[in-house]
Each structure stands twice: as C-alpha cells, then as structure tokens.
Design a protein around this ligand. Sequence first.
Ligand code: SF4
Length: 186
Amino acid sequence: MTETTTEKPKLATCSLAGCFGCHMSILDIDERILELVDLVDFDKSPINDKKTFTDRCLVGLIEGGCSTEENVHVLESFRNNCDILISVGACAITGGIPALRNNIPLTECLAEAYLDGPTVYNPRGVIPRDPEIPLCLNNIYPCHEVVKIDYFLPGCPPSADTIWEGLVALLNGKPLDLPYELVKYD
Ligand code: SF4
C-alpha cells in the first residue's frame, strides 16, 4: 500500500528595514508554533535561515519598509513568489521609526551616522561606500508603495494573537476579518 502525503502550503517571511520585533511576535505564538508547522512549511525565512525561495509560497509576511535598494529587490522577489503578501507591523505599513529620517537629507543622515555622531570614532573621515553595501534610498518607503500588498496587520509589533488569527484564516482560505480587539496601532 502506498502512503499518500498532502503537500502543505508554504510560508515565507522577511525583515526589511525592521527591528525583528515583528518576527519575535510571530514566535510569541508559543505552543501554537507546533500547530503552525502542521499547517505550513516554512520556505525562505530568517526563522529557518533559508536564504532563497525553493517553491512558490501561499503567504509571505513582510516586516519593515524599504530603506535600501536590496530591500526593494527582496520585496519584489516576495511579490513574485507569494500568492498573498502581508505587510506586518508599522514599519512595513508606514515606514515606522526608520521613516523619521524622511525629513532629513540622506547626506546629513550619513554624516551623523559616520562622521559627526557623539559616539562616532572615524579618524579617516570616510563614509562607507563599498559596492557590497546596499545602497540607501533617499527615503524609507512603505511596502505598498513598492509592490501590491494584499493585507495589513498593524501594530508595533502586531500581537502574536493578531498574527496567528490572520495566518490561520488565510491558510484556511477564509477572508482576513479580524475582531476589533486584535487590530491595534501601538
Ligand atoms: Fe520593530 Fe515595531 Fe517595526 Fe515591527 S513594527 S519591525 S516591532 S519597530
């Protein structure tokens, strides 16, 4: 008798210009992580340290907005490889704290970071510009200004319950219709 296996949907996650707090909130689902691994297989994600897509994913979770050219490439690859893309948290949805730099010219931000900041030691006075370093964009861009985003989970970070309820609904083919108490903006 041959054993039939049902393939699970795939889930991918990434952190762009974020602090990984939203990923911590994903892990904060505690013992439900065991249910999650029954529901999905993780593809590209810092959670399993898989660096590239190996399959098409049903859901992609994006933490953080776009601060560098590399962030844009990663976000575009998520759009190309995921059926449903979700902006998770304030940084992905609005740019968040990193977007505070949007009112300051990039040259001033770099000077403060590498030359003039109170804790900077840089006797050669060089601002790093190695081609290996991702090129900074002029502003931080929320994800939906770069690619089409299907759903938004607000919060800084969204609570583990919010992420869990949203994921389970989408993985079961239901609309993402969260109860009012799970939609928070702080
Ligand atoms: Fe961190 Fe908050 Fe941004 Fe999430 S939304 S990456 S927790 S700062």
